[in-house]
Write a protein that binds this ligand. Structure first.
Ligand code: 7RM
Length: 637
């Protein structure tokens, strides 16, 4: 496949950017012409950020899976679409060509249809990182069902909240999952979740680990048995269902500043074009290259840059089931060597954790296939950037620092590999179609360079979220009401003298722990479920590997046998309610929390204490009880 819209030089970039701002409709229409449509659109863009309402390619009809599968299966049937590397290096890898992947997606689309799935239904997918996860996702898209993938590390409670919010009628899962030396009982976690999910009628269970599971009659079926039924039907093809450009493609839950995760909604055409365009340009993908994105498909990065971006481009996408440090800290490098990976896209937290093992795991690994490196998920510190550049890229590979969010669908601010200049710890320049600006607390735009403020976007791009599932008002409130007529990202940002952007981190109550977004309110709610807890306050603090760690201040009134034991109990509670990723790193027991006279917890003070900045707490005179601050300082962990 060729990409006529691939930007080839800095001058090209400036030209494309200018056109995308001056004539956005013409710009995106020309790109959209390169996809397969059942019907062309009537209007390129219709929008209003106040409602908010954004519609791209309204009236157009298409199916994203024809763009990701059929057209490549026709022109390059034997080209590898997915290379799958298992958790355990002793197990054989698998390669699925475009022809094979299409056939498997059609088979599973039949399975879903046989279970009664219809266009518009919501289907929850809770699976390990195996090819069948991508197959399930694409099969949903093929029949027009809306997928809601839930990361395999979330607890029963988190799953049932998400299933109930979206009213899913089908769940696709596996018996278990391998992650490093752990064996996670996915089906049993699903069984616990479904006790409180009356909307679910069918559960399809893939065999992965072989651990015993309980199968409930008339509800649960094995993936393999259902596939056999389709084979017995003679493996009929499955014509892709025609979708409106603005029909929902998927829901993905993400944390915000309130306790309840939001179901971010993306639609078919805009999301497809945005992930494709950003994939091809940011990584400068060349046909035949192997792209390795290390994210889990449970997060947006996996949706956009393991599945939809690469496959829409006819690329080879490498999917890895395991973790970077098992069986040893050379796992990524073995994979790069074994599969001749050309593009490696990972998170700063993974780089920092591997840095901790020194350079020994890199010795005798042939990384010469690498052409482009990428990072995503959190700010990358300069030290990690240089380590990545020197030890992994051998100073031969451009590094793209891609800033974006679940809500933006794809990359928003990033350099383009080898085409626009990189600057360590800077995401640098906006993608064509992205119009960033910085504002102060009052929403006044901060003009000029060498300034910082809150990062907003003033014009829609094709991949912007359309709503939060079932609660459009919440979408308006969260993203479009803080500053009038603008999309607010929740991130703080600096713009240097040359106009390069550096994202400095969240300015709301959202933590970024190892690249995972976690709301402080969510963690507090989970802690408060422990019977002995009276109240809690959670803040982030700088953590060498995770980027941010979770620090919890807890008022405990229960029966203390000993503090260490109570800490463990609270950790367990959080793991049960949310998942292990949200376990606090530190729990400090306190007798009170710093509150204003109106009862608001002053997190600013707690944040400073957690960071260890004990002497610059700022004004504490408005506190109800200033003495409590002294006590908390004394007991700091
Ligand atoms: C893709 C993803 C979004 C939040 C975002 C930022 C932070 C992501 C970068 C970054 C600095 C980056 N989606 N973030 N990428 N900060 N530099 N290159 O991570 O919805 O899970 O998180 O992540 O704070 O708002 S996400």
């Amino acid at each position: 496949m060729s990409y006529p819209y691939q930007i080839k030089s800095l001058a090209d970039y400036h030209e494309a950017y200018k056109k995308s701002v001056e004539a956005p409709e013409q710009f995106w229409a020309e790109i959209a012409e390169n996809f397969s449509w059942h019907r062309k659109w009537d209007q390129v863009l219709n929008w209003n950020f106040d409602t908010p309402k954004v519609e791209w390619f309204k009236g157009g009809q298409l199916n994203i899976t024809e763009n990701c599968l059929d057209r490549h299966a026709a022109t390059q049937p034997d080209a590898p679409a997915i290379i799958w590397e298992p958790n355990d290096p002793l197990e054989a890898h698998r390669t699925l060509s475009y022809k094979e992947l299409l056939q498997k997606v059609e088979q599973f689309a039949h399975v879903l249809k046989n279970k009664g799935a219809q266009k518009g239904d919501r289907i929850c997918i809770y699976m390990p990182m195996v090819p069948e996860l991508a197959i399930a996702v694409l099969a949903c898209a093929r029949i027009g069902a809306i997928h809601s993938v839930v990361f395999g590390g979330f607890s029963s409670q988190s799953i049932s909240d998400r299933i109930n919010d979206a009213q899913c009628n089908i769940v696709v899962t596996a018996d278990g999952a391998y992650r490093g030396n752990k064996n996670i009982p996915l089906k049993s976690i699903i069984d616990d979740a479904l006790v409180t999910c009356p909307s679910v009628q069918h559960v399809i269970v893939l065999t992965r680990t072989g651990i015993p599971v309980s199968m409930i009659k008339n509800r649960d079926a094995w993936w393999e048995d259902e596939i056999k039924k389709v084979e017995e039907m003679g493996n009929p093809s499955f014509p892709a269902v025609s979708m409106d450009a603005e029909d929902m493609l998927f829901i993905l839950y993400t944390s915000g500043s309130t306790g309840k995760p939001k179901g971010v909604v993306h639609t078919c055409a805009g999301y497809m074009i945005w992930t494709h365009y950003t994939f091809v340009n940011v990584f400068q993908y060349q046909p035949g290259q192997v792209h390795f994105c290390t994210a889990d498909i449970g997060w947006i990065t996996g949706h956009s840059y393991i599945i939809y971006g690469p496959l829409s481009a006819g690329a080879t996408s490498l999917m890895f089931e395991g973790i970077p440090t098992w069986p040893d800290a050379g796992r990524f490098w073995d994979i790069v060597q074994k599969h001749q990976v050309n593009i490696l896209y990972t998170a700063p937290t993974a780089i920092r954790s591997l840095m901790g093992f020194g350079t020994a795991p890199l010795e005798n690994k042939n990384l010469s296939s690498l052409k482009v490196l990428g990072t995503v998920g959190e700010p990358i510190n300069v030290e990690a950037w240089h380590w990545y550049d020197e030890q992994v890229g051998k100073k031969q590979c451009p590094i793209v620092d891609t800033w974006w969010q679940t809500e933006t669908g794809g990359t928003m601010i990033s350099n383009m590999a080898g085409v626009t200049p990189a600057k360590p710890s800077f995401a640098t320049l906006p993608m064509p179609g992205v119009q960033p600006l910085l504002v102060d607390e009052n929403g006044k735009e901060i003009i000029g360079n060498g300034v910082s403020g809150n990062l907003c976007i003033r014009f829609p791009w094709p991949g912007i979220l359309r709503t939060t599932y079932g609660d459009h008002e919440r979408c308006r409130q969260t993203y479009f009401s803080t500053y009038e007529h603008l999309y607010f990202t929740g991130d703080g940002c600096l713009r240097d003298e040359d106009g390069n952007y550096r994202i400095t981190g969240r300015v709301d109550d959202v933590l970024n722990v190892s690249g995972h977004r976690i709301g402080t309110a969510e963690v507090e709610n989970a802690i408060n479920m422990h019977t002995g807890v009276v109240e809690s306050a959670v803040v982030g603090y700088p953590h060498d590997i995770k980027g941010q760690g979770i620090y919890a201040f807890v008022i405990f009134n229960g029966m203390h046998t000993d503090e260490a034991h109570t800490r463990q109990d609270i950790m367990q509670t959080v793991a049960r309610v949310i998942g292990a990723i949200a376990k606090p790193d530190k729990i400090q027991f306190v007798s009170g929390l710093p509150k204003t006279r109106s009862g608001k917890i002053m997190r600013r003070i707690l944040r400073k204490i957690a960071e260890g900045e004990l002497s610059h707490l700022g004004d504490t005179t408005t506190l109800l009880d200033p003495a409590v601050v002294e006590e908390i300082k004394m007991g700091r962990l």
